[in-house]
Ligand binder design. Structure first.
Ligand code: COA
Length: 257
């Protein structure tokens, strides 16, 4: 598939998506959102791909937000339509993908950029990264899930502060509050993230997708996560991966998933 705003590389069982609008600090316009949706759909169907890493082009930005020039003149209806459609096709979609997605944050992750990183399953940042939800400085609020996912990751008080001040936090602070799992040098960001990804690829992809569903269930209104866990746990017993994983353990060899 050919894309205008993103680059996609496949390396063995990994896929690397690079958002590539360097002149606009990789800001998410509508076209980029729909290209991302298309590539995530394609990679989800690709059985060879076990982990997806998403990063930004260049050394300055992961994604500097939603493209402000596109929505500056929107009406109420256009605003809510934009948020609803983007949440559905990209942000919620990534969060619920059965293939693990890691954000490698290589610079500014602001507004929609941080919301994109937060919808990934976890995050690694370079020490040069800066993160924030500056929407209230534009007279709007985060619309791509930021008011929901930021408190889940950093707690309500810190999320309130970050959203109200519209300020940016450093990678070091982001790690301290649990927003990112690791901080590396800019040069090490992708090699280090790939190392974690390779570790994931050695495990059962069926079990990993069941774990994603069970973990996500704990954040869904009206859903009993423990019940989902019991169901998913039980379903694992009927898979080839479970047979292989347990047989390999008992035969003192590495499993082949
Ligand atoms: N939407 C549209 N264009 C954006 C953008 C965004 N979110 N963020 C950056 N750009 C564009 C700038 O308009 C500029 O384009 P131009 O060269 O055609 O004027 C280009 O990217 C470079 O950005 P610039 O502001 O010149 O870089 P900087 O180093 O001075 O500042 C930031 C970097 C990230 C601090 C600044 O670009 C910024 O504050 N961006 C908006 C962040 C934001 O509010 N995001 C939330 C949106 S809801």
């Amino acid at each position: 598939m050919n894309f205008e705003n993103i680059l996609v590389q496949k390396k063995e069982r990994l896929a690397l998506i690079t958002i590539h609008r360097p002149k606009k600090l990789n800001a998410l316009n509508k076209a980029t959102i729909s290209e991302l949706n298309a590539v995530f759909e394609e990679l989800e169907e690709d059985e060879n791909i076990r982990v997806i890493i998403i990063t930004g082009s260049g050394e300055k930005a992961f994604v500097a937000g939603a493209d402000i020039s596109e929505f500056a003149h929107f009406s109420i209806e256009e605003g809510s339509d934009l948020a609803r459609a983007a949440q559905e096709i990209l942000f919620d979609y990534i969060e619920n993908l059965s293939t693990p997605v890691i954000a490698a944050i290589n610079g500014f992750a602001l507004g929609g950029g941080l919301e994109l990183a937060m919808s990934c399953h976890f995050r690694v940042a370079s020490e040069t990264a800066k993160m924030g939800l500056p929407e209230v400085s534009l007279g709007v609020i985060p619309g791509y899930g930021g008011t929901q996912r930021l408190p889940q990751l950093v707690g309500k008080g810190k999320a309130m502060e970050m959203i109200m001040t519209a300020g940016m936090i450093s990678a070091k602070e982001a790690k301290a509050v649990g927003l990112v799992n690791y901080v590396t040098t800019l040069e090490e960001l992708l090699p280090f993230t790939e190392k974690i990804a390779h570790k994931i690829t050695r495990n059962s992809s069926l079990a990993i997708s069941a774990a994603i569903r069970a973990i996500n269930a704990s954040f869904e209104d009206g859903v009993n996560g423990y019940e989902v866990e019991i169901q998913e746990f039980g379903d694992c017993f009927n898979t080839e991966d479970f047979k292989e994983g347990t047989a390999a353990f008992l035969e003192k060899r590495k499993p082949s998933f």
